[in-house]
Ligand binder design. Structure first.
Ligand code: NCD
Length: 317
């Protein structure tokens, strides 16, 4: 897993070799088949900076950090100098000067982290940036499918819901084809991208989804990311676009149902389906810890050097 990126902003930042390496490491951590990793010189310090709400991602990273034996800092943006007008870059340089090795950032601003790739102020993992990407969620979803013994090559993976506003969907669309998976989008017309990436198809017909999909991935309607001007009022979402247990039971070959959470029960998924044996949401949450442990370990061990402020650049007084 050489040359791991200093800033993991997008699925595009990882090669397929690195992706396979992280998935393999996560599997070994889960099965305790690797000798526990020992950080040589000092205990790494890892911060999370969640500038937007989170339940699953933040706690999963926190638990992964503590299981790895690293020191954890919960960077509280509300109480920080970001509130005094300091830029995110200067804030991250400060954390780096203080010895923080890696920062996991969630932000509501799409592409905010891309600017740090050229001159990283600190090692960064994107915990979700606006409507852009959520690479660690996509990786843990693929990890979950593999761990459940679900073969991916040649399968059709339907992402159903608010695809245009979903950072998880955007990362999945980049990741899944690397495993030979065909992506099918479904949902109200207003929620589907106007330009589809190569190989990705869209349908507005739920019966077609039930006929074609081998794996069903549901998304929440992300109203907080909708533009006031957008005509996104879907009056009866559950009736036209939601999925029920009955629908899955009616299939000859039953299919797994995934959701990144938080789910709106009674909208995209009904109560009986979320409580059924076809629903893998709880498995996704459990696996998220191992995948994020592997990713943190890979970033700390193999991430590029030359990060933050360079002492050699200071004037010789
Ligand atoms: C997603 C997110 O925040 O991007 N959830 C998650 O991280 N598990 C999806 C969502 O908000 O709907």
């Amino acid at each position: 897993m050489e040359n791991f990126p200093s800033v993991l902003e997008s699925i595009d930042d990882l090669s397929k070799r690195q992706i396979d390496g992280v998935l393999g490491l996560a599997h070994r951590i889960k099965n305790r088949s690797d000798t526990p990793f020992h950080f040589s010189n000092k205990t790494p310090i890892i911060a999370t900076s969640f500038l937007e709400n989170s339940t699953r991602t933040k706690h999963s990273f926190e638990i992964a950090i503590s299981k790895l034996g690293c020191t954890y800092i919960d960077f509280n943006s509300e109480k920080s100098s970001l509130k005094k007008g300091e830029s995110l870059e200067q804030t991250l340089l400060t954390l780096n000067d203080q010895g923080v090795d890696l920062c996991i950032i969630r932000t509501s601003v799409s592409n905010q982290l891309a600017e740090f790739k050229e001159k990283p102020p600190i090692k960064i993992i994107n915990g979700g940036d606006g409507v852009n990407e959520h690479p660690t969620q996509a990786l843990l979803d693929v990890f979950t499918l593999i761990e459940c013994g679900i073969k991916l090559d040649g399968k059709t993976f339907c992402i159903a819901g608010d695809n245009i506003h979903s950072r998880v969907g955007h990362s999945l669309i980049k990741l899944l084809p690397q495993f030979g998976v065909k992506v099918l989008l479904f949902g109200p017309n207003a929620f589907q991208p106007k330009k589809l990436p190569a190989g990705v198809e869209v349908t507005y017909n739920r019966d077609e989804v039930l006929k074609k999909a081998d794996i069903l991935y549901l998304l929440r309607v992300q109203t907080e990311r909708h533009d006031d001007k957008e005509d996104n009022k879907v009056l009866d979402y559950a009736k036209d676009y939601g999925f029920t247990l009955e629908m899955i039971e009616s299939l000859k070959n039953k299919i797994p149902v995934l959701h990144p959470g938080p789910a709106n029960i009674g909208v995209e998924i009904c109560h009986e389906l979320i409580n059924s044996k076809y629903y893998l949401g709880h498995v996704q949450v459990r696996n998220s810890i191992y995948l994020r442990m592997a990713l943190i370990q890979a970033m700390l061990q193999n991430g590029a050097k030359n990060i933050g402020f360079n002492e050699n650049n200071i004037f010789k007084f």
